[in-house]
Structures are given as structure tokens and as C-alpha cells.
Design a protein around this ligand. Structure first.
Ligand SMILES: [Zn+2]
Length: 349
């Protein structure tokens, strides 16, 4: 293809560079290469804070349509092969991302289509497509000020997830069993994330830089412990572990935990005592919005105790967390594990 206009030349350059660098090229790469969509806003869009790609572009929808057309002429002239990639949002329901406001299926598909060299084998192409289609990390936000959860109505300054309806507290989002691991230790982060069945990236808005900065990860406590084991040869890791143990101890309300564990065993005689202890330790941790800390939980109301046990069974004895990690909506995941929970409770009663 003989580039004719200045725009065409710029589009072809951006496309060639992306193809060179990553062995595939997408319309999004071209728009980023042209400088029309800043990476920070792309992150916002991917994490559900912007409705469409069109809405963050510095140029008009007509200009974007022209660009797609020129890009497609170039992919044809280069004999590239197309593969459809899924673009999932990092919101908890992993909904598909929208590119345009009117959402015309053919245009949305054009944006989702990645282009690879014809010389690539089908196997390589499939592998690349699967990798690009993977559900992104879940994102949890540390809010700048208190927020009211759209599900339970409680106000707090704790972490939240964003849903279409608004903010959701971690308890309502079923993420409150996870423990925060601060960023800063690359080996711990990588190992803990790998060991955790469910994890989320914690971000906070940085006003001066006008973007979300990564603060750390929410992961399963067992995953942190496993990662600590793997890092134990390192002296700093031992010091950090002591710090975390101290924070955990300070947060624990031991009398309450003891009473709660006794109530669990009373209501569920088949529940192993060490499990009852683990549930009450998690539930009774100070400062968490968990069921055991509510007024009803404090009075050791059987319903509140049962809710604490159900929450634990859900995360420990069912595939619930894996489902959330794979993007299954929460309501559907709960429906699928209902009989598993009933079975465990029945065996413990
Ligand atoms: Zn809530």
C-alpha cells in the first residue's frame, strides 16, 4: 500500500511498530500509538470507570471510523490474519468492554480483532488469542473519603469495588476474607498472587498524577503464608512476617473469638474444632465489617453465627472463589454452590 495522506502514514507507522514489538496489532494499539488515547485513561476504561473507548479518545467518532478503515486496508495489504479477542472489564462481573457509544456489533468486533503475521502457526495464534482474552485482575479501590455501600447501606472508609450501581463494600463483594499485602516486595507479591485462588489489585487515586496507583494485593491468607515460606531464607521477609503477625494479634478480640468458636461448635457439632477457631479468628477480627462483628454477632445470635460459618464454607469448601476469579457473576456463582454449602452444613449439624 502506498501511503497517501499524512494520517495514513502515521497510522501505518503506529501499526508497524506495534506489530514489530508484540507480534500482533490491534486498533487500540494504533490509537495509543497515535497518542489519541492516553494509557492512563485506557486503564480507567478497562477497570470500568469510563463507559467506552470512544469517550476517552481525543478525536471524534468519525475520525476513529476513518482510522479503522485505513488500518483495515493496511492489514489486507500486509496479508495479516485476524483473530477475535475478548475484552473483559476488570469490574467484578468481568463484563465485556464497550468501544463505541452506539455499540454497532460489526464495529465492536472490528475493535476486538487482533492481527497477526500470516507466517505465525495456528497454534501460536491460538495461544496468543487465549492470553489476550484472559479475564483481567479484579480491582479494589482505597477510597479518598467514606462511601455508602449500594448493597448493605453501611458507610465506611474501607476498600470498595465498583459496580454499575455504585460502590460495594468488600463484605458484600465477598472479598472480605482476603488479606492485604502491601506492594514493595516483588517476590512476595508474585508468589502470593500465584498461590491465591482469588486475588484483587488494590489501587488508590493519586490526585496530583491524576491516575490510580497500585497499593498492593488482596490475597488469601494461606497464600501469603505460603509465599512467606518460600521467601523465608531472606532476613527482611522474616521481619515483615513479624510485623504482619503483630498487626493480626492487635486486631484480634480474643474473648469474643473464644465465645464465637464455642457457639460454632455448639450449633455445628460436626465442625472440626480447629476449623471453628479459624472461622472465629477471621470473623472476630477488629475493624472488619464481617458478620461476627455486627451487633447480632456480638450477642452470638444463631443466625449471625450461621452466616459466619456459611461464608467460610463458601470460600473454603466450594469452587466459589475460582468462579469469581474466572468472571462468573456473583449471583450465578452463589446459585451453583448452594447444594455444596447445604451438604457441608448438614454434615456438621
Ligand atoms: Zn455492603
Amino acid at each position: 500500500m502506498q501511503p497517501v495522506s499524512k494520517l495514513e502514514r502515521r497510522i501505518v507507522t503506529a501499526a508497524e511498530q506495534a506489530l514489530d514489538r508484540q507480534k500482533y496489532v490491534s486498533p487500540l494499539d494504533v490509537l495509543t500509538g497515535l497518542g489519541w488515547v492516553p494509557p492512563g485513561l485506557v486503564t480507567d476504561w478497562r477497570q470500568g470507570r469510563r463507559p467506552t473507548l470512544e469517550a476517552i479518545a481525543a478525536v471524534s467518532p468519525e475520525r476513529l471510523a476513518d482510522t479503522l478503515e485505513i488500518f483495515h486496508r493496511w492489514t489486507a495489504s500486509r496479508g495479516l490474519r485476524s483473530s477475535e479477542v475478548e475484552y473483559l472489564s476488570a469490574m467484578r462481573d468481568r463484563r465485556p468492554l464497550r468501544f463505541t457509544a452506539d455499540g454497532t456489533p460489526a464495529v465492536e468486533l472490528a475493535y476486538r480483532t487482533h492481527w497477526t503475521p500470516a507466517a505465525m502457526t495456528d497454534q501460536q495464534r491460538e495461544k496468543l488469542t487465549a492470553k489476550k482474552s484472559k479475564a483481567p485482575d479484579l480491582v479494589v479501590v482505597l477510597p479518598a473519603k467514606d462511601f455508602t455501600c449500594t448493597s448493605c447501606g453501611q458507610t465506611s472508609g474501607d476498600m470498595l469495588t465498583m459496580e454499575e450501581a455504585g460502590p460495594l463494600c468488600l463484605t458484600c463483594a465477598d472479598l472480605d476474607h482476603l488479606e492485604f499485602l502491601a506492594a514493595g516486595d516483588a517476590a512476595m507479591t508474585r508468589r502470593a498472587k500465584k498461590a491465591s485462588r482469588l486475588s484483587a489489585v488494590v489501587v488508590r487515586f493519586n490526585r496530583s498524577r491524576k491516575r490510580y496507583d497500585r497499593q498492593g494485593l488482596l490475597v488469601e491468607r494461606a497464600a501469603i503464608e505460603q509465599a512467606e515460606q518460600e521467601c523465608l531464607s531472606d532476613e527482611d521477609a522474616r521481619a515483615r512476617r513479624r510485623d504482619r503477625d503483630r498487626v493480626r494479634r492487635e486486631a484480634a478480640d480474643e474473648t469474643f473469638q473464644y465465645e464465637l468458636a464455642a457457639s460454632i461448635v455448639h450449633l455445628f457439632p460436626g465442625c472440626p474444632p480447629e476449623r471453628a477457631e479459624a472461622i472465629s479468628l477471621h470473623t472476630g477480627t477488629r475493624g472488619s465489617g464481617r458478620v461476627g462483628r455486627s451487633a447480632a454477632g456480638r450477642a452470638l445470635d444463631p443466625d449471625a453465627v450461621t452466616r459466619a460459618v456459611v461464608a467460610s464454607v463458601r470460600h473454603e469448601d466450594t469452587a466459589y472463589d475460582e468462579m469469581l476469579m474466572n468472571g462468573v457473576p456473583r449471583d450465578e456463582a452463589r446459585e451453583r454452590i448452594r447444594t455444596d454449602i447445604d451438604r457441608v452444613l448438614k454434615s456438621w449439624r
